[in-house]
Design a protein around this ligand. Sequence first.
Ligand SMILES: Cc1ncc(COP(=O)(O)O)c(C=O)c1O
Ligand SMILES: [Zn+2]
Length: 381
Amino acid sequence: MGQLICKKCKAAYSLNEPRWKCDCGSVLDIEFEPVFDLEKIAKRKPTMWRYREAIPVQDDANIVSLDEGFTPLTEVDFGGRSVLVKQDQLFPTGSFKDRGASVLISKVKELGIREVVEDSSGNAGCAISAYCAKADIICNIFVPEDTAAGKVAQIQLYGAKLNKVPGTREDTASAVLKAAEKIYYASHYWNPFFLHGTKTFAFEVCEQLGWQSPDTIILPVGNGTLLLGAFIGFNELLNGGIIDKIPKIIAVQSENCAPLYRAFRENLEEIPAIDKKETLAEGIAIAAPIRGKQIVEAVKQSKGDFISVTENEIKEALKEMSKKGYYIEPTSAATIAGIKKYLQKQNLQEVIVSVFTGHGLKTTEKMLTIINAVSIAHRIY
Ligand SMILES: Cc1ncc(COP(=O)(O)O)c(C=O)c1O
Ligand SMILES: [Zn+2]
């Protein structure tokens, strides 16, 4: 029932081998034949595991779940134009990363692995920690020193061992590779089982639209775990004859850290080295995404586009969503700023789907700086 494959050197490995990368050093993907029985799916409880036969975990006994998923697809008004937004900030750990963590940690349990390492800007670390807690697996999380306090607290309370790494997000990624020489790397961006969890985003969207594909999806992209998962999911539905097209993917990056936007716009063969600046969108501040070329290729294949957004646009989008009652992370507000830019030029007939990826309660320090900036502005004017 499927295998791990390397698209670079064409090597193949068993799904039951505890490996997260190819011997040639490249990333692995999963070749797998999903099954969609729509009648069966409709009768199951509203979680992402309703698509059970499309998820590459063999034994039900290994499923590690907190009843996550099937998040609301909510109509949000953008100046008279409605966009359907998946409320993935409502997951148990407060971000969409639970999709990937539930499947990856289920597979980890199936492999009989008792300890994992993971690195993260915060949210993936929270998700992996929570599912390890549920499965009683020892968990070591590496995060940059300046990670949001809310995320750090969450990781520790789930019982994971926290390693704060001085320096940049890239320094954290290097530090974890050393630990991964000895302990299984439950990486959200290296490990393809994570993407076979995030792909349920596509399944849910299509089911919620009456098993139709939207015309366009607008997603944030850092390491691309949601984007690549969604791309896999829509393609599986297309190949299974469930939908008749895949949506155009519009990928949003922060202007202060936009290597993929640049690679796409300048039609570069390689992802360029960039001079990363600080951004409110901490979750997508990834200067050297491991699956970068795969992400650009997916956007191209979908006939999509990249959009970059400024700090001010992120701030405005966050305030606008809060005024509507949606409390989301600044990283998620970057996507909303991307929607606003996209709507300036798109065709009005399109069905557009986007996402709130993370909960605002995770980033109180950043929220306070935004409030303080607003109140200072009010005092001056
Ligand atoms: C809230 C939030 N949104 C979006 C993303 C981007 O996800 P990815 O890096 O998988 O593209 C992240 C990643 O950490 C995140 O935490
Ligand atoms: Zn290889």
